[in-house]
Design a protein around this ligand. Structure first.
Ligand code: NAI
Length: 256
């Protein structure tokens, strides 16, 4: 067991665990001694993340290939995760896509897909995990929202709507589950250096414009978010629920 472990020691499901923020979260949790289940559309990537977590940190780990929009697949994936990890006391819902389109040109297909992956999946996953989360002491959920859930970007209306919705999901779930000892919080990352962000930045000039706006003058790293998620899942965050933690280098709280 790692010396930084501060409990609980239950297993954690991380959706989007094959890449970027989710993958960093898998490793951060494993470093603290927590068993992990990486769920991702990218089955090979999820398996690789789990293998690396297990080899580097000696925890039980499993990678599961799943489309989180397919809520009917949750029961089997939860059972497989529980069987490997021994228990489920945490969830980090980080699977996501950007979902292009402004309110003028978004398609119903993109709207449904984006909301399905971020919001519907998050809600149904918490619902389906309630028996596990309430069975184990100190259980907690973290949903990965975005600063785009607080402030907005014109070109991605479905994404902004899903991310704002996740904040409501976290608060309502926290209100409902608090009396049974389950905490639910949201993280709002700013601009984080991941494949998703790289795809959204067209060229060096655009990147430089982003950096100009950030008081800390650097993009966020996946680990900046992973360590925040690990904290929120730990005993150190025992009195934090229904909160939104903005991790953005100051960009949404400053002008110039
Ligand atoms: P990423 O693209 O590196 O990772 C996203 C992961 O989600 C990928 O492994 C992908 O395969 C998986 N995924 C996508 N659709 C899925 C589905 N239907 N079922 C299962 N897995 C699926 O992106 P990144 O940046 O690490 O994003 C992680 C989360 O953080 C997302 O929810 C994103 O919206 C959020 N976020 C990212 C920010 C950034 O600047 N990178 C800023 C704010 C929020």
């Amino acid at each position: 067991m790692s010396s930084i472990s501060i409990g609980p020691e239950t297993g954690v499901i991380v959706t989007g665990g094959a890449s970027g923020i989710g993958k960093a979260t898998v490793f951060a949790l494993a470093e603290a001694g927590r068993p992990v289940a990486a769920w991702d559309l990218n089955a090979a990537g999820a398996a690789a993340a789990a293998k690396e977590a297990s080899e580097r940190f000696g925890v039980a780990a499993i990678g599961i290939g799943i489309d989180v929009a397919d809520t009917a697949a949750f029961a089997t994936a939860i059972a497989e995760s529980r069987a490997t990890m021994g228990s489920i006391g945490g969830l980090v819902h980080g699977a996501g896509i950007t979902g292009p389109g402004s309110v003028e040109d978004v398609t119903e297909e993109i709207w449904d897909r984006t909301l399905g992956i971020h919001l519907r999946a998050g809600a149904m996953l918490i619902r389906d995990l309630v028996p596990d989360l309430t069975r184990n002491a100190e259980s907690a959920v973290v949903v990965i929202s975005s600063i785009e859930g607080i402030v907005a970007h014109a070109a991605i209306v479905s994404y902004c709507s899903a991310k704002a919705g996740l904040l409501g999901l976290a608060r309502s779930s926290a209100a409902h589950l608090g009396s049974r000892g389950v905490r639910v919080n949201a993280i709002c990352p700013g601009f984080i250096e991941t494949p998703m962000f790289a795809a959204a930045v067209a060229n060096a000039d655009v990147l430089s414009a982003y950096l100009d706006r950030i008081p800390l003058k650097r993009l966020g790293r996946p680990d900046d978010i992973a360590r925040t998620a690990r904290f929120l899942l730990s005993s150190d965050a025992a009195y934090i629920t229904a909160a939104e933690i903005v991790v953005d280098g100051g960009v949404t709280r400053t002008t110039f």
